[in-house]
Design a protein around this ligand. Structure first.
Ligand code: GAL
Length: 416
């Protein structure tokens, strides 16, 4: 068969794509595999497609990104780094320290990132005055997601204190509902721990224990009370909580099986993806006792050096991520708020607007803290060691006294 030029061009293009080396393409490693996350990620894929930039997807399932970081290390070790990687806080700093990330300073200066990205995020997006990642959003983790119909049925008001929250959990359990929808995975147990610690010891205690890694505070009676409260929460989860993915716990609240879920605001993406409306089908409120604080984490895309500095595709990806239009469109779906501080967020829903206002207020009042569970309080080695102690205690392997001792030991061994 005589091949026309057009047909030859089609074959050549197909070969390029098949070879995974399409002219303009980015390979992105991430862990956004839940429904709401995938919907949000689509916004980015479509944005790039509009610029004729292809997307080679490298999803690694596993909430909180632990599995993704393991796969990433294997990829980089074999000399095959992806174009860009979803990454949290201290992990970005670790890879930057290894010299693995591209210098985005030219882009940052051209687009004024320094003016529109808050210091709390620049602390992680830059390394030794070099921009190495493009911040996508700001999530916060000290939220409770509540089934509005169950609360109404039981005549429950929004709990304002630990005691009121426990009373609400008890009422839901007595009424035959799962009181607390939870997934028994270390990062999820740690997400609860962040909020309970902040509520129990307050911001100074959170700073001392999670960020300063102060041994005396880590071994204090207050820390024992934190673990005692974690044991109380353990009494409100269902028998099948172990290993459950976070989005399946969200589904229990969405489907009126459970009254509450404690989770970061990516959970809102699941409620929205299920067609639910905040304030009607579900309520969002800060974990009782942390109403004045915001525990945050930011999803950033770290750009891995592809040899000669920043590639055209990486530049296009980074500029797409930081564009005002994308920042609004993506965060509306994701459940987070924009990384940029110069945007009109009136398109966000009620929970998003509340989250954005509380984030800015917390930044102003010194009540904005990086989430330990999501890599924004201390280095990965310490975070992972804390995970092990918290989840061992939650699963009944340690009593509170032992957990406090194990936490001190874990930090002593792993803090740089
Ligand atoms: C967080 C991440 C969110 C979401 C969540 C659940 O660390 O920032 O975007 O992916 O994990 O996996």
């Amino acid at each position: 068969m005589k091949m026309t030029n057009a047909f030859k061009a089609t074959v050549a293009a197909a070969a390029l794509v098949a070879g995974g080396a399409q002219a303009q393409e980015v390979e992105v490693l991430h862990w956004w595999t839940a429904g709401g996350e995938a919907a949000a990620l689509n916004v980015l894929k479509e944005d790039l497609a509009g610029q004729d930039i292809g997307w080679q997807d490298m999803p690694v399932a596993g909430g909180g990104g632990t599995q993704a970081m393991t796969v990433l290390r294997a990829r980089v070790t074999s000399g095959n780094a992806p174009t860009a990687v979803q990454m949290l806080g201290f992990d970005i700093q670790d890879w930057a320290q290894e010299g693995a990330l591209a210098n985005l300073n030219a882009l940052a200066e051209e687009n004024n990132w320094g003016e529109v990205i808050p210091d709390a995020l620049q602390r992680f997006a830059t390394y030794e005055d070099q921009w190495v990642a493009a911040p996508v959003n700001v999530h916060s983790t000290n939220w409770v997601w509540a089934d509005a119909s169950i609360m109404e049925e039981l005549g429950l008001e929004q709990p304002q204190s630990w005691e009121e929250f426990v009373a609400a959990l008890e009422a839901a359990k007595e009424a035959g509902y799962v009181a607390l929808a939870h997934g028994g995975q270390a990062w999820q147990d740690a997400t609860l721990f962040d909020a309970v610690l902040m509520a129990t010891g307050g911001p100074e205690f959170y700073q001392k224990t999670m960020i300063d890694l102060d041994m005396e505070a880590l071994g204090s009676d207050t820390m024992k009370q934190v673990f005692d409260r974690m044991a109380t929460l353990r009494g409100f989860v269902d028998d099948n909580f172990s290993g459950r993915d976070w989005n399946l716990a969200s589904a229990m609240v969405i489907n009126d099986e459970a009254a509450f879920q404690m989770m970061g605001d990516w959970a809102k993406g699941e409620f929205l993806n299920a067609g639910q409306t905040p304030g009607e089908d579900f309520l969002c409120f800060r974990f009782p006792g942390t109403q004045d604080q915001v525990l945050f984490n930011s999803d950033q895309f770290a750009m891995f050096s592809q040899g000669e500095g920043v590639s055209d595709e990486q530049a296009a990806l980074a500029e797409a991520i930081l564009s005002p239009e994308f920042q609004i469109a993506f965060n509306k779906v994701k459940g987070s708020v924009p990384a940029r501080t110069d945007l009109d967020v009136s398109e966000l829903d009620a929970c998003g607007q509340q989250g954005y206002a509380e984030y800015k207020a917390a930044a102003e009042s010194g009540n904005l803290f990086g989430s330990m569970a999501h890599g924004h309080a201390n280095p990965a080695a310490v975070k992972n060691a804390m995970y092990d102690v918290i989840t061992a205690h939650f699963n009944g392997e340690y009593d509170a006294e032992t957990a406090v001792q194990e936490l001190q030991t874990a930090v002593e061994i792993n803090a740089m």
